[in-house]
Design a binder for this molecule. Structure first.
Ligand code: ATP
Ligand code: MG
Length: 268
């Protein structure tokens, strides 16, 4: 069991889209995945159903100590559960994210989910404050989406400073990779950002999978589904998250992987 935080300095770069679609892809690959929404705006609930956005969730655990097990919403995909944010009054967002900042409550979710889930994915509000820092403190890994546009890319180094600072204080969190999102494959400036990051980021930190800008994401959020469920035959873009999940798996430390690695016979 390990925690995986999706976090970025900048807002609107596709964190929630990545958290949802990656969780779906991981669950399809056999990881029992619990997606936890730590954004007081309830982003995951808003991307799925109205029912989910009004369901009790993390806030009820934080304030009323409602046990986590009773707050997890099972999805129709076996092995994918969602812990929604719960209802938070508009003027309580700060109190909510500050309540999660030390990571203790978010870490305790992993203990409560032990045995039922293999990975807990945290979607976070933008910026490295409150719930986002809490999720990173509770996680072994971070994936940071960066929008393929010049201004967004300028802030990319901040994630290294934040992770460095957390590690210096004894949190064993690691940056698993940076994911380019909303790449305009036909726009020179967007491609230039991709190329620049490719050249400047250390090692193989940039995932080979990139998320192109694609209207299927808007369609999927309007329909309240991950892109893989948009149609009976999923659009090509859904494959990006299968690729990302596979790449991510390859980067996990051996103790995080519990799947056997032998070939599977097609016929006996
Ligand atoms: N690759 C993409 N192509 C087109 N639209 C996208 C893509 N990724 C996300 N979007 C859309 O862009 C908007 C912002 O995405 P999303 O909510 O995932 O970003 P976020 O980083 O979670 O934002 P916030 O910082 O507010 O939490 C949403 O309407 C989403 O549907
Ligand atoms: Mg979001």
């Amino acid at each position: 069991m390990f925690g995986l935080t999706i976090a970025s300095q900048k807002g609107g770069v596709g964190k929630t889209t990545v958290a949802l679609n990656l969780s779906y892809a991981m669950a399809r690959r056999g990881w029992r995945t619990l997606l936890v929404d730590t954004d007081p705006a309830g982003a995951i609930g808003l991307s799925l159903t109205k029912k989910l956005s009004q369901a009790p969730g993390l806030a009820d655990h934080l304030y009323q100590h409602t046990p986590i097990a009773g707050l997890i919403v099972e999805t129709k995909l076996k092995g994918l559960g969602i812990l929604p944010t719960g209802k938070i009054p508009a003027d309580e967002s700060e109190r909510f994210t500050n309540g999660l900042a030390d990571g203790a409550v978010l870490k305790a979710i992993q203990t409560a989910a032990q045995g039922r889930y293999d990975v807990v994915v945290y979607d976070t509000p933008s910026g490295f404050v409150g719930a986002t820092l809490g999720a990173m403190r509770a996680s072994r890994y971070v994936v940071s989406p960066v929008q393929a546009e010049p201004i967004a890319a300028r802030g990319v180094m901040r994630i290294f400073e934040v992770i460095g600072a957390l590690r210096a204080k004894g949190h064993p969190v690691e940056l698993l990779g940076i994911l380019l999102t909303m790449l305009h494959t036909k726009t020179q400036s967007s491609l230039a950002v991709a190329e620049d990051l490719w050249k400047t980021l250390p090692g193989n930190l940039l995932f080979e999978a990139t998320v192109p800008r694609d209207p299927a994401f808007l369609e999927a959020s309007a329909a309240g589904v991950p892109v893989g469920l948009l149609r009976r035959r999923p659009p090509p873009i859904a494959m990006v998250f299968d690729q990302l999940a596979a790449e991510l798996e390859a980067r996990l430390a051996p103790d995080a992987k519990d799947v056997a690695n032998e070939p599977i016979a097609l016929v006996d």
